[in-house]
Design a protein around this ligand. Structure first.
Ligand SMILES: [Zn+2]
Length: 787
């Protein structure tokens, strides 16, 4: 086998060298005379490299993964050899790897990319069209723009390889179906939305192959800062990978269809496709939901026709949050596909009777309208995953090609409605210019990056009896991406959905609130009717000077579990961005004790007590197995007794209460979801501003509440309440959803406990939630300071 590879590679190398120069210019329509070599040497054009020739295996072979640089090599070679594929490096990832995209279409289309980009931009903003004839021509002549992103979640390893298989197929296939796709679609393929994670996971997988840890998750976050949360970043834009895709693809190419390739767990359906479950976030244009439903259903139909089983639609995933669906607010659909997983690239055996019986919206063992042909169980491999993903993406492209005119006409309709404005929507949001400059610039920065037009009032004006100065920011909700601004600026009223009347909650797929003015602590005022003031043209934003929050920094240790906790990553991201110095602390350091010699403050990010204590199971090699254990707990107790400050965030507070026997009780400890539920909501938080941690903050702020504890102080001499939830349950919820707010009304949210010479600060909330809740960062920063 090995010799075979080498030979093939050698042959390819010699073939690739010569005719490339000749081939390139064919794409340029401006070139008057095509070089004669093209026609003459057509049969000796460099052969298109097979995946095997560069990867060393076929995508889908059992137990085969490669790191990112090898995949990049393949895409570069493919683009060099194929006149259907262009390669672009969009920038660098968080850890410095190339972040790339391929554009795939017919050679003729690739030669006129600027023209098609321009046509699509005209459809995206109907205000640019002077005549309806121009619009009609753009629809007739344009191409469906499709963006496919893969492997944002790096343990979903089929997504490392499916883009290879798809790109190779599109570059080589001569069928009429593929020609129709190439002629009618401009495909932007981001083969990994998280290249760093491809390397992290492939490296770990290859290192543990043949050991008891084969197929396990790596003992670190697969995105340096955000781990699995990296696909919840599509409005906050905190990470460079999100920024690159939004800035260079979404906002330039305005795709009508975005397809995000994922995997789910192994024990349910083989494939999920939209329609999504309710609730759909109400600002998404209805025609986009129709498009999602049509396209998802057609993909499912097509794949079923190929004999694929276990396909579920309208299950598990809702469409509430813009955090995962940028395009739903930018004129296009976002099609999620979720294929069943194996153990990374190692096969699994799943007998039919071990399939879950209770999945949301269907039963994997029973036929139903949205799960028409159950999978019969058995062996499930990475080849199956790659086949479902690649054929799924191909079915999507075939639909995008066949329905090109439909997609473009509907895109124009959606954007025409957006610039005209929806009757029931307010006219604008008014944002005073004189407020906290960092929070304000963060909010305007998000809107600006989301392609929202921000204007300023050219004269003073009055709104609801309030005088506003010239220079006040105004977001008029009659513009192409008004829905993006509206959903982020308004309060969310998540519907009260139960499994049966008065029963347990029907759980949302993710959190329920994303109101930026609350998260950031910025004042934004609704203007129902049009303002009687002249407005500027859309403005550009200026950077705001930044001052680190800690002057004299203490020695900060940030606990980093090998059972990687996403909140640990977010905490690092916040500290790195706000120039807060810290060092990461792993289990062995905690267990070794004498912590006060090294640290003044130790932070336990949001993580369950069990994960902190026990960490990873024993199938992991040293030093990864086991958590802080009893030694680590004892060392933390000693650290506090010696005068250290221990800060426990959200669920980690429960660990601290147990491990340090604090005189504090979590009132939600044994509460069922029927009795209290808040899956990620913004609450009103009342602060005791006489306490150091809350000094200088407003008496009332927000608290990001996500399944966390709520405290009752048992010994008021030792424990002080810094912040508490309102006594009146009706005042608790600011945005999102809560069931039975009375359960935590009046309970403590932030508690400072004196113990020995030190203290423990418990947060029953997430003060630095996903790098978004700037309003409550000061609570965390002030906790870091000495007493
Ligand atoms: Zn995923």
């Amino acid at each position: 086998m090995r010799t075979g590879h080498a030979l093939l590679a050698l042959t390819l190398a010699t073939l690739v060298a010569a005719p490339l120069q000749a081939q390139r210019p064919r794409r340029s329509p401006r070139r008057t005379k095509p070089p004669p070599t093209v026609a003459v040497h057509r049969n000796v054009r460099p052969a298109i490299p097979t995946p095997r020739s560069i990867l060393g295996f076929d995508p889908g072979d059992d137990r085969k993964l490669v790191e990112w640089p090898v995949l990049v090599r393949y895409y570069e070679a493919l683009a060099k050899a194929s006149d259907r594929v262009d390669y672009r490096e969009l920038g660098k990832t968080t850890l410095g790897a190339p972040f790339i995209a391929l554009v795939i279409s017919s050679p003729a289309n690739l030669g006129r990319l600027d023209y098609y980009r321009q046509l699509n931009a005209e459809l995206a903003d109907p205000r640019t069209q002077r005549t309806s004839r121009g619009a009609r021509e753009a629809v007739l002549n344009g191409k469906t723009v499709v963006l496919i992103t893969s492997s944002i979640h790096s343990t979903e390893v089929g997504g490392h390889l499916s883009p290879v298989a798809l790109a190779y197929r599109l570059a080589t296939d001569t069928s009429a179906a593929t020609r129709t796709i190439l002629d009618n679609v401009i495909l932007w393929l981001v083969p990994s939305q998280n290249p760093d994670g491809v390397t992290i996971v492939a490296h770990w997988y290859n290192r543990t192959l043949g050991t008891p840890a084969e197929g396990t998750e790596p003992p670190e976050l697969y995105h340096h800062y955000t781990g699995h949360d990296n696909n919840r970043d599509w409005y906050a834009f905190t990470q460079v990978e999100t920024q690159l895709t939004v800035d260079s693809l979404h906002n330039v190419w305005h795709p009508q269809i975005v397809h995000d390739i994922h995997q789910m767990d192994a024990n349910g359906a083989r494939l999920f496709l939209p329609p999504y479950l309710d609730p759909v976030e109400p600002n998404v244009d209805p025609l986009l939901i129709d498009g999602v439903n049509a396209l998802g259903s057609e993909m499912a139909w097509e794949l079923a026709g190929q004999g694929k089983t276990g396909i579920s639609i309208n299950s598990t995933y809702d469409a509430w949050t813009p955090a995962r669906a940028y395009q739903h607010y930018h004129g296009g659909v976002r099609i999620l596909s979720e294929t069943a997983s194996a153990d990374l690239a190692s096969p699994v055996e799943i007998p039919f009777d071990r399939l879950e019986t209770r999945s949301r919206g269907y039963n994997p063992r029973e036929r139903s309208w949205n799960f028409t042909n159950p999978w019969r169980g058995g062996r499930w491999t990475i080849r199956d995953i790659v086949a479902y993903q690649t054929d799924g993406a191909y079915a999507l492209l075939a639909h995008a090609a066949a329905q090109r005119e439909h997609w473009l006409a509907n895109f124009l309709t959606i954007e025409t409605r957006a610039v005209r404005g929806w009757r029931e929507w307010p006219y604008a949001y008014v944002i005073p210019a004189r407020q906290d400059s960092i929070a304000l610039s963060a909010m305007l920065g998000i809107l600006h990056r989301g392609d929202v037009e921000i204007r300023t009032a050219l004269q003073p004006f009055t709104l609801q009896g309030q005088r506003h100065a010239a220079g006040t920011y105004v977001i008029v909700l009659r513009q192409p991406y008004a829905a993006f601004a509206k959903t982020l600026l308004e309060v969310q009223h998540y519907p009260d959905r139960r499994l049966y009347p008065n029963g347990p909650p029907e759980k949302p797929y993710d959190v329920t609130a994303h109101t930026l003015p609350l998260l950031l602590g910025v004042n934004a005022i609704v203007a129902t009717d049009s303002l009687r003031v002249p407005l500027s043209a859309p403005i550009q934003l200026r950077a705001v000077p930044f001052v680190p929050p800690l002057g004299d920094a203490p020695r900060i240790g940030l606990y980093k579990s090998y059972k990687a906790a996403i909140d640990e990553g977010w905490t690092r991201w916040v500290f790195d961005n706000w120039k807060v110095p810290y060092s990461s602390v792993v289990d062995s350091v905690l267990r070794a004790g004498k912590l006060k010699d090294h640290f003044d403050v130790i932070i336990l990010p949001d993580q369950s007590p069990q994960e902190i204590l026990e960490g990873l199971p024993s199938r992991y090699p040293a030093p990864y197995a086991g958590g802080v254990g009893s030694e680590g707990s004892e060392a933390l107790r000693q650290f506090v007794n010696d005068g250290g400050t221990l800060i426990a965030l959200n669920d980690a507070s429960r660990f601290a209460i147990q491990a340090l026997l604090l005189p504090v009780r979590n009132v939600l400890e044994a509460t069922s979801e029927e009795d209290f539920y808040a899956p990620g909501s913004i609450f009103r938080l009342e602060l005791d501003t006489t306490q150091a941690i809350a000094r200088g903050l407003p008496h009332e702020t927000i608290g990001w509440f996500e399944g966390g504890p709520a405290f009752e102080v048992l010994d008021t001499a030792a424990a002080r309440v810094v912040g508490h939830w309102p006594d009146d349950p009706a005042r608790l919820l600011l945005s999102g959803w809560v069931l039975h707010p009375e359960r935590i009304a009046g309970k403590a949210a932030i508690v400072e406990v004196q113990q020995g010479a030190g203290r423990v600060i418990l947060f029953g909330m997430r003060p630095q939630y996903r790098g978004q809740s700037i309003a409550t960062y000061p609570l965390l920063f002030k906790s870091l300071r000495g007493q």
